[in-house]
Ligand binder design. Sequence first.
Ligand SMILES: Cc1cc2nc3c(=O)[nH]c(=O)nc-3n(C[C@H](O)[C@H](O)[C@H](O)COP(=O)(O)O)c2cc1C
Length: 216
Amino acid sequence: MATLLHIDSSVLPGEASSSRSVADAFRKAWEEQHPQGTVIYRDLAADPVPHITAVAWSAGFAAPSERTPEQSAAFAARVQLIEELEQADAVLIGAPMHNYSIPSTLKAWLDNVLLLGRTAGETPSAQGTPVVVVASRGGSYAPGTPREGYEFVQNYLEAVLKGTLGLDLDFIVPELTMAPRNPAMSELIPLYEASRERAFADAATKAKELAERVAA
Ligand SMILES: Cc1cc2nc3c(=O)[nH]c(=O)nc-3n(C[C@H](O)[C@H](O)[C@H](O)COP(=O)(O)O)c2cc1C
């Protein structure tokens, strides 16, 4: 049975959020292919994971027998998140842009999950697992736009998810989501609408492709 790890990190609820809506469409298309499958869901905005601490971090370098009770407890919480990733046949992450980067809640999840010698290092434990990131943003940072150099979501996640965790990374990018709300962006509404339509179409296509690949 296929397992999908689905992570949301938008602070906006339901349909008000592009990443939640597009990820939801992806998940529904995936579930159609895998009606008996499992979806592990984490809403990092509603239920943030703890920031990494010295205790939790150092526990990753200590032998189990040498860990203090505090280190063992903190490490167990990290291992739960790590196992969710390792169990997944595919991963879906909603990652809206916050001040040019990812939400701090998603960063906290990554800080817990990246563990040298297990998920990271020479043979990352989740190597090759496909991950689709819905990288929503209020503006546009596409090549050729004035703010191209301010894009630290895709660049960063490429380094971490692909370069470090070894995941097979793909993006869906609903952009210009602030256009309907910001009068200064009203001319961009048609581009926003086109991007949104494309994102939903991509979600359906990619979910189906991936679900078939995982089943094979
Ligand atoms: C704290 C915060 C910071 C933001 N910073 C940026 C930014 O730097 N660039 C941008 O294009 N949009 C920015 N936005 C707008 C969001 O990226 C945009 O509204 C996005 O659609 C939110 O994600 P969601 O629709 O998936 O919920 C920011 C939003 C919030 C809440």
